[in-house]
Design a protein around this ligand. Structure first.
Ligand SMILES: Cc1ncc(C[n+]2csc(CCOP(=O)(O)OP(=O)(O)O)c2C)c(N)n1
Length: 272
């Protein structure tokens, strides 16, 4: 934020709560990434002056509480249906800025069909995909994104791909679809990554406003309680381990403004 004079001598305003965040504290567990991601979304809604035209679509899981903390209109669409509902909202309100806010259980398990088909149709919506590698709200069970070997309450000896399959890199899968204008993966696991994640979200939001197509930003987040780690250990774990399965960076960028120079299909740029 640019420091502003407060009008009281040499005091300068260096921190201000975004108007798009509701007042009060969140109830998330210590070290959970949702609060940071909410703040990034709220800052962008303010900076891009989107609040009056924003309609968020909430999901299921801890992610659902975005509707309590983001000070914009919301529709609740649990169990993976958010992209389908967002499709309807955006089509009947073409002037609206519409985003979904979904966890990995919601988006990559029960809602796999909805996210794939919304992306394939090139819907002018933005998906904010919070990947914490587990079903946080229901007690830390295995999600489609759980790492090989990761212990969860439903894989107590570690995810065995023979029994439980391999992690789904769903953002890479979606990035293959021509309807996807922008797909990227960031993280909030340290301050520099927070800044990069915000830049990715800004690009996704801008591409929706420009009518380019579907956009998705996956954000590698933390679930210290579900992972049985301290908050600090959880952040370290994302940077040291999770990024090996889910590399950070822009995965596809088909925005028309870049189409003259970009390759015709998915392009990865390492942002780590
Ligand atoms: C028995 C049962 N099955 C399914 C659900 C639906 N459900 C609610 S929260 C949740 C987990 C969501 O996980 P994720 O999307 O990863 O979000 P997180 O809580 O990790 O943010 C599920 C599957 C439920 N509540 N109970």
């Amino acid at each position: 934020m640019t420091p502003q004079q407060t009008g009281s001598g040499d005091r300068r305003l260096v921190y201000e709560r975004p108007a798009a965040l509701t007042k009060g504290s969140t109830h998330y567990c210590p070290g959970c990434g949702h609060g940071i991601i909410h703040r990034l979304v709220a800052e962008l809604i303010d900076e891009m002056d989107l609040a009056p035209r924003t309609i968020g679509v909430a999901s299921v899981g801890c992610s659902v509480f975005a509707y309590d903390y983001l000070n914009v209109d919301f529709v609740e669409s649990p169990h993976g249906r958010a992209p389908a509902v967002a499709t309807g909202v955006r089509r009947v309100r073409p002037e609206a800025f519409v985003f979904t806010y979904q966890g990995d259980g919601d988006l990559a398990a029960i809602g796999t069909a909805e996210i794939v088909h919304a992306a394939a149709r090139g819907e002018r919506i933005s998906a904010i995909f919070v990947n914490n590698g587990t079903y946080g709200m229901t007690g830390g069970q295995m999600a489609p994104t759980t790492l090989v070997g990761q212990r969860t309450t439903s894989t107590p000896t570690g995810r065995d791909p023979i029994l439980a399959g391999y992690p789904i890199p769903i953002t890479e899968m979606l990035a293959l679809l021509p309807g996807v204008a922008y797909a990227a993966r960031g993280s909030i696991a340290d301050p520099s990554l927070v800044g990069k994640a915000k830049a990715m979200l800004r690009t996704a939001f801008r591409s929706q406003l420009d009518g380019d197509g579907f956009s998705i930003v996956e954000i590698l987040s933390t679930c210290p309680v579900g992972w049985n780690l301290t908050p600090t250990e959880a952040m370290d774990h994302v940077r040291a381990e999770v990024v090996k399965t889910y590399p950070l960076g822009v995965i596809a960028d088909r925005r028309p403004t870049r189409s003259a120079t970009a390759a015709p299909s998915a392009v990865r740029e390492d942002a780590s």
